[in-house]
Design a protein around this ligand. Structure first.
Ligand code: UD1
Ligand code: UDP
Length: 413
């Protein structure tokens, strides 16, 4: 009996020191820290979270840090609920501020979380100030950075996102480029596809992967029809007979001459062509309209052909993209989604990072020029349905591929 007690005691001490053999905390466990902050990043993170839950629930622990860059319910919480992402483990609550102040508060907060959590790698999405802050905080502490949506360039450094992209890419160890053009941009900046492991910030690995937003569009498109179809009735719009428009870029919201030119053109196009415009407005745009051109804003609100509404949820947005006749936007994400759902798209910018869409003729760049908006609008209204929409953005399994690569490189053996 005393021998048995000894054996049990020795076993307990052994397992306490060396761990239990069949516990899920295997040697290959990875701690991945995800940084989000702005609306599209939360949507992007949902593709990665879903793939983690499906393929690596025991092998990857996902920690979500929300910088708080977007904080209104319809700019943040709605996506966590609807897309079933676990609530952020940390919310830094940074909120809105000028670029320097906002980014520096994010860096301070992220640094503290990194020192506490000591992740194996840090995942960033896209090109916002939250991405930039994550890139700087992590790379300075020597945590490997993984950049999803790497290599995109507008070649316009007056755009805040362009600096964010370049710095994020050049702070990264693994770079996942969503398009061939993005992959080539990386090569022209000196990134080499032939690099071999071990990968580091000085010897990074670049991939051409496809786009995780395409994974999301495929995954949620049917669900959007099932769950949100009543939205079309609530808005009193008919399938294929309305225009979906979004505006949020600083060049358009903060330059009142441009904003007014765009909105006035929309107003006359809607009347001349009897087309309803559905406009889920980013808070930035609503604030600028209210503060700077309140009379025009009132005209839009009073127009029978305008549906000026608060930001919608992702499922609502993709339902609108699926059922509209045409998209007009300055958003990167909305441009691509219009392609996924085979809709022509007018872009209220001089340039785009998604250049394959312009080369394909399904997206046109019009800046904020009323004449060009008008010409393209009338042309696409007539022949938009004859356009071809080739698959530029992968096979809908990009998140799966990205995680496989992360597992291979960070698995501790
Ligand atoms: C940010 C990104 C942009 C991205 C966009 C996605 C940067 C530099 N820009 O732009 O790349 O395309 O998110 O939507 O990171 N506001 C609210 N409530 C909110 C959030 C913002 O009212 O929940 C208002 C505030 O007045 C704020 C303004 O919107 O000052 C701009 O917000 P900010 O996060 O600075 O930039 P975005 O224009 O959203
Ligand atoms: N989106 C949304 N509700 C809206 C407007 C946009 O869910 O009212 C989604 C859209 O479907 C896309 C993403 O937000 O997936 C794009 O974000 P945004 O236009 O804010 O930024 P960008 O892509 O230009 O960085």
């Amino acid at each position: 009996m005393r021998n048995l007690t000894h054996v049990i005691a020795l076993c307990i001490i052994y397992f306490f020191i060396f761990g239990f053999p069949d516990r899920p905390r295997a040697m290959s466990h990875i701690k991945l820290l995800n940084i989000v902050g702005a609306r599209p990043q939360i949507i992007k993170a949902s593709a990665i979270s879903r793939a983690i839950r499906k393929y690596y629930p025991e092998k990857i622990t996902e920690i979500i840090v929300h910088t708080g860059q977007h904080y209104d319910k319809e700019m943040s919480a709605v996506f966590f609920d609807e897309l079933e992402i676990h609530k952020p483990d940390y919310n830094l609550g940074v909120g809105s501020a000028r670029h320097g102040r906002q980014t520096s508060m994010m860096i301070t907060g992220i640094e503290e979380v990194l020192l506490k959590e000591k992740p194996d790698c840090v995942l960033l999405y896209g090109d916002t100030n939250s991405s930039l802050a994550g890139a700087l905080a992590a790379s300075k502490l020597h945590f490997p950075v993984i950049h999803i949506e790497a290599g995109l360039r507008s070649f316009n450094k007056s755009m805040p996102e362009e600096l964010n992209r370049i710095i994020s890419d050049h702070s990264s160890t693994l770079l996942f480029a969503p398009t061939n053009a993005a992959f080539k941009n990386l090569m022209s900046e000196g990134f080499r596809p032939e690099n071999s492991p071990p990968y580091t910030i000085d010897n990074p690995k670049i991939y051409f992967t496809g786009d995780i937003m395409y994974d999301n569009a495929l995954f949620f498109a049917e669900l959007a029809e099932k769950k949100k179809i009543s939205l079309l009735k609530d808005l009193s719009v008919e399938r294929e007979n309305f225009v979906l428009a979004t505006i949020h870029r600083d060049i358009n919201t903060d330059d009142i001459v441009r904003l007014e030119a765009i909105m006035r053109t929309f107003l006359s196009l809607s009347q001349e062509n009897s087309k309803t415009f559905v406009m889920p407005l980013h808070p930035r745009t609503t604030i600028s309209l209210k503060n700077n051109i309140s009379q025009l804003y009132q005209e839009l609100l009073n127009s029978k052909l305008f549906r000026i509404i608060p930001p919608v949820s992702y499922l609502e947005m993709i339902l609108l993209e699926k059922t509209c006749r045409m998209v007009i936007t300055d958003s990167g994400g909305v441009q691509k989604e219009s392609h996924f759902f085979r809709k022509p798209c007018i872009v209220l910018r001089k340039e785009t990072e998604w250049i394959e869409l312009v080369n394909n003729g399904t997206t046109v760049l019009v800046d904020a020029d009323p004449e060009r908006i008008r010409t393209e609008f009338e042309r696409l209204l007539k022949n938009g349905s004859a356009l071809e929409f080739p698959g530029f953005y992968g096979n809908g399994k990009t998140a799966e591929f990205i995680l496989e690569e992360i597992m291979m490189l960070f698995e501790k053996v």
